[in-house]
Design a protein around this ligand. Sequence first.
Ligand code: C5P
Length: 229
Amino acid sequence: MVIPAAGVGRRFGGNTPKQYLELAGAMVIDQVLGQFVEHDAISGCVVALSADDGYWPDSRYAQHPRVQRAPGGRERCHSVANALAALTPLADDTDWVLVHDAARPCLRRQDLDALLEVLRDEPVGALLAVPVHDTVKRSRDGRHVEGTVPRAALWRAYTPQAFRLGLLRDALREADRRQQAVTDDASAVELLGLQPRLVEGHGDNIKITRPEDLPLARFFLEQQGRPCG
Ligand code: C5P
């Protein structure tokens, strides 16, 4: 399991990175790690952290035996690549690795298990995703509409995303070599010509990005009856 957590949250603003904000009695990243560290199918977590991260030592998982840290990178894809390098001596290249954003605390256990179930019979890998229901506009200047993008074939890519360790490592290396910006793990695998499987999840698996997302995440956790603190 890899948790990229080295972002500074430019769009969120404020001093505290979003993964360390308080949410329902725990830090956002602790709500995330809580879903994975005790899961039977997950043998350990590597968390990618900025070198100057002063918040992580306050995590309740900072000293957990199944959690280790790796250095963060310039972009998310570099943080994930660093975490995979830390996993490489500990795992086989054919082992599945799940990657989940540190800022997505509302993942449902049911969606995680649906993703794991699909991996039993899926050679390439899979990701949680949700169909796009809104009408989507295209605009380059951010002011005027150039056109409407047909939404029937569009999905929002969520995490976790699961790929075999060796494949994901090679895919991220290749994306870097081609200087292709990839904002999720599946995009790197797609660049190799492969087609990851979509697993429809719930829309409440939001990534905390803007300040208004935090009360929304609190509401979703409450609705899910997740224990606080
Ligand atoms: O910036 P964005 O919201 O796409 O970040 C998604 C996840 O990637 C967050 O958990 C963030 O902490 C992480 N990240 C990272 N290293 C970076 C940038 C983002 O680990 N350089």
